[in-house]
Design a protein around this ligand. Structure first.
Ligand code: T1G
Length: 692
């Protein structure tokens, strides 16, 4: 049973026991109702305590049940809460750890709430694209006041229980053992009548409508493509302006509307996808981890410095090695500047800045880093340079140290072979800026030991990254897919688009930045270097030559104040360049291609479906273990719009048959070789299946 009932003298205790977070699934809801009824039928029972086993009181409704029949199977959560509230004997919620979403709503339906400090209190539904659907938008404003409640509901952010100690939410804060304290409290209130109900509290707020209008205007500016935040305001407005039961109806209708939206499904997909990414099928969850107490980074450049900051931010001492004093000094100065900028923005205190800088030290001697538990190489992207570094690391690093490479495309197995300990070698591909971007591609070599993989995945969580495991191939998951995306962008220029049209179309789709603005930011020469290698290694892969022409003019992007766009000093705005646009048009003429009008829809389909098709090949080859991993890569590393759930999830929402039809249509265009449908896509489409 996921909700147990026991009687302790004259107090009944209903314990939620549905690991991992006491999600209020059907069985748990049913168990609570049975417990309340049983306690009310036993005359010897004077009060009822509702508590949670394990990590907390309750993490809310069981999100896995959403859009399944179980979610709507009586007793609904609202029914459970109604039964609790109408109990003839006082029900006391005893809160620890977490009381979130439906868990907090359940507590609000109780007559009393007691808590210990350190519990996360939240109505985070908005982060899942929905809103509290079991009375939270009606009860929280009544017990915490309009402003505090509205802020908590619209942000979804947790507040620690101790911060709410002085409010009506908690009738008593327990300083000792929770259950003992709850028992004492229950006996104290057992005979108090009438039983206090949150629904009976009235909301007093002068000019509430004016405040709500202000709230709507504010929320509208930040909600972006997500409908839920504004609906949260509407639901809370109903708490102010309507009778309780009428307000509940408004809330219920808004909840049912939101739970069906594609935005909510995308957010729920991302929620589970983030957690699923850390699960590696052939690596047991209880694999013993290697201890990571210290780190070293080879290379104090942009990437090396950013990587080092991740360790310092997590309180892990880190040594940065450079071969030249000047480069080391430059790197360390950049680190300090980064932290000072964060402090100026109020993200860091002076004390935190000093603490983090104290954890980072520079050296020019490999002997200084031998005792580090992990070393991450972030030197020039050239195999001969990696060879020198890894042979040296193999010499100096203590046995059991993890030897990681930040390579973005090179073969980890080849790098591992430079050492006598390939089992300790792994890829940790950070994304620039490494101290900001959440994505960490963890590249598993053929010989990478399972405990090294498990340790690196755990380290990703420690340094607040989303770790996604990739197999070894050129470009791993993200860059291999983005190459197809950029190929299509180049072809579109040859056929009739200009950079601004492509960027605007895909940014309207929701990408943070289109391919040409992105390339100007990253540096067009990076792609140029990779293409030159590709022309030799894979001559069969066709590219538009427009990007090469651009680079031959030295237009590498923002760093040269000229790329696909023109740039002005101290101004990051991208200005369309007549010179480049003329070059593009002339190039098409040279190719004998008649420029045609290309719709935004075609631009979006060709860019996004190019990602999807390559993603399907990556899935098939086992480079990515699951489609949601690919989605997490694109959501956390490539600016794919969160409200669309990632490329593979988006393809599922379009329908794989439709995606395949479009791919076949583009395969009849100028580059059929770039549109060979992935067999997995063909198979799933034929079976009306989905990637996720
Ligand atoms: N339902 C189902 N599974 C959940 C879950 C939930 N609500 N919350 C967490 N899990 C799973 C998660 O997928 C992972 O599973 C494991 O629990 C540990 O999670 C009517 C309708 C509670 C703060 O949005 O914020 O109530 O991968 O790694 O870091 O108004 O989980 O191990 O198999 O995150 O200790 C509202 C979401 C639901 C809370 C714990 N509630 N959860 O953090 O563990 S909607 C939420 C969290 C609702 C009502 C509406 C966190 C946590 P696995 P974890 P954690």
């Amino acid at each position: 049973m996921t909700a147990t009932y026991r009687e302790q003298g004259d107090i009944a205790v209903i314990t939620l026991n549905n690991p991992p977070v006491n999600g209020l699934g059907y069985d748990t809801r049913k168990g609570i109702v049975e417990g309340i009824l049983q306690a009310n039928e036993n005359a010897a029972i004077r009060a009822i305590i509702l508590a949670g086993e394990g990590k907390g009181f309750s993490g809310g409704a069981d999100i896995r049940e959403f859009n399944t029949p179980k979610a709507l199977q009586e007793p609904w959560l609202q029914t459970v809460i109604q039964i609790v509230e109408n109990s003839g004997k006082p029900v006391i919620a005893a809160i620890h750890g977490v009381a979130m979403g439906g868990g907090l709503e359940l507590a609000l339906g109780c007559h009393y709430r007691v808590a210990v400090a350190g519990a996360q209190i939240a109505l985070p539904e908005v982060k899942l694209g929905i809103l509290p659907g079991a009375g939270g938008t009606q009860r929280l404003p009544r017990i915490l006041g309009l402003e505090t409640a509205l802020n908590m509901i619209v942000s979804g952010n947790p507040v620690m229980s101790e911060k709410l100690a002085g409010t009506k939410l908690f009738d008593h804060m327990i300083t000792g053992e929770l259950m003992a304290g709850a028992m004492d409290f229950a006996r104290k209130v057992a005979d108090v009548r009438p039983l206090p109900k949150v629904r009976d509290i009235s909301i007093t707020y002068p000019n509430a409508d004016g405040y709500l209008q202000f709230a709507r205007n504010t929320v509208r500016t930040v909600a972006g493509p997500f409908p839920a935040p504004l609906k949260c305001v509407d639901a809370v407005a109903a708490a102010v302006n309507k009778k309780f039961d009428d307000g509940l109806k408004v809330e219920r209708d808004l909840f049912l509307e939101l739970v069906q939206t594609s935005e909510s499904k995308a957010l729920r997909h991302a929620f589970f996808g983030e957690r699923a990414a850390s699960k590696i099928p052939d690596v047991p969850a209880d694999t013993p981890l290697r201890t990571i107490r210290s780190a070293a980074v080879i290379g104090a450049g942009t990437m090396g410095g950013g990587i080092a900051m991740n360790f310092a931010n997590a309180g892990i001492p880190v040594k940065v090695l450079e071969v030249k004093q000047e480069a080391l000094d430059k790197g360390m100065n950049i680190l300090r500047k980064n932290y000072e900028n964060s402090m100026k923005k109020g993200k860091l205190t002076q004390e935190q800045l000093e603490k983090r800088l104290s954890l980072i030290s520079g050296t020019m001697s490999y002997d200084d880093i031998g005792q580090a538990d992990i070393v991450i190489e972030a030197v020039f992207e050239d195999m001969s340079v990696k060879e020198v570094v890894f042979k040296k690391l193999d010499e100096v690093m203590k046995p059991g140290a993890i030897l990681a490479s930040n390579t973005s495309t090179l073969d980890i197995d080849k790098i591992a072979a430079f050492t006598k300990r390939p089992q300790d070698v792994i890829g940790t591909h950070f994304f620039s800026p490494a101290n900001v971007m959440k994505l960490l591609e963890i590249v598993r070599g053929e010989k990478t030991a399972k405990d090294v993989l498990a340790t690196t995945m755990a380290l990703a969580k420690t340094i607040r990254k989303t770790g996604v495991v990739s197999g070894v191939c050129d470009g791993f998951i993200g860059n291999r897919m983005v190459e197809q995306y950029i190929r299509q962008a180049g072809f579109l220029l040859e056929e009739g688009c200009l950079p601004e049209q492509v960027d605007k179309a895909i940014e309207k789709f929701g990408f943070a930045m289109g391919p040409f603005r992105m390339s100007d930011l990253a540096g067009n020469d990076i792609g140029w270097y990779i293409r030159k290698r590709r022309y030799v290694e894979k001559p069969e892969v066709t590219y538009s030559k427009v990007a090469d022409l651009l680079c031959e003019k030295g237009r590498f992007g923002q760093k040269t104040s000229a790329g696909w766009y023109d740039y002005k000093p101290n101004d990051r705005k991208a200005y369309p360049s007549d010179e480049v646009n003329q070059m593009i048009i002339a190039h098409s003429k040279d190719l004998g291609i008649e420029h045609r009008k290309i719709s935004d829809q075609e631009i979006i389909e060709r860019l996004v479906y190019a990602l999807v098709n390559e993603g399907a090949l990556i899935l098939e080859e086992g480079i990515a273990m699951k489609a949601s991993d690919i989605d997490m890569v694109y959501l956390t590393g490539y600016g794919f719009p969160l409200f669309r759930g990632g490329p593979m999830f988006y393809a599922d929402t379009i329908g794989l048959s439709n995606v395949l039809m479009a791919i076949n249509r583009y395969g009849k265009g100028r580059h059929p070789e770039a549109w060979v449908p992935a067999p997995l896509l063909v198979k799933l489409a034929a079976e009306s299946q989905a990637f996720n």
